[in-house]
Design a protein around this ligand. Sequence first.
Ligand code: AMP
Ligand code: MN
Ligand code: MN
Ligand code: MN
Length: 278
Amino acid sequence: MIVDFHTHSLASDGALSPEQLLVRAKEAGVTRFAITDHDTTAGYDAVKDSKEAREVGLISGVELSCKWATTTIHVIGLGFDASAPSMMAMVSQLTEARQQRAEKIASRLEKVGISGALHGARNRAGDSQIGRPHFAGWMVDNGCVSSITEAFDKYLGAGKPGDVKMFWPSISDVVGAITESQGAAVLAHPLKYKLTGMKLRALVNDFKAAGGVGLEILNGRQPPVDLKRLVQLADAAELIPSVGSDFHRDFEYGPKLGVDADRLPVNHYIWDALESFQ
Ligand code: AMP
Ligand code: MN
Ligand code: MN
Ligand code: MN
């Protein structure tokens, strides 16, 4: 079975419209699908009632930003009621947080000699949920850097001036919002946070204590050794596996849409369990 429970559209930092994403999912043979934009369900909302949505088995999705100690963490919500008051309140809180954060990123960039970033990034974002990729894109167009990678390496990545996380809610707040909206909370890409084994176990414990139920064992293109480690982690923590491409755009070395779940060493997935959270 080909599935994908982690994808981005133009509503956040993806390159394709939600409609285009559904077409691509269908072409890839996807039969269970989620659009998980950063801190918004606008992409999902726009296509949820379409024929294409039914064809690819679309369910609600979102990737919420939060803070755990000094680390920014992403939590995927699946199968929730997108019109539930707690989800709507969380998305509007995060929309506001992203606006304030954008101002802070721009003022930090100003201090290192890059001016006009707020206007530039806002222009690029348009109606999309504004994020660091919009700053990075503007910096490339503007000639400050020669690639998106360089923009992150020098200015926006972890520990750089544009790495602003003070506006994010806590992990228990975002997991709570998903759970209260009858959805399943999944810890996204656990190895991307570069935590030590001990800290990662502490994160998983806190995530579970907040009501988290799933763990992403496969995120895009990932080394086989990571899959093994994440399957073990999910098993040990009694978290239910989820998988996704984290597709943002077509890119030679990037992930393709769709994951063949039958090829993985797991026989019970979050999508089989979703009804029990509703
Ligand atoms: P934000 O949601 O504003 O914190 O931005 C994070 C997003 O930036 C991630 O979801 C990725 O899509 C993108 N990103 C993070 N690091 C990099 C990088 N080194 N190169 C390109 N894109 C990145
Ligand atoms: Mn992204
Ligand atoms: Mn993420
Ligand atoms: Mn993502």
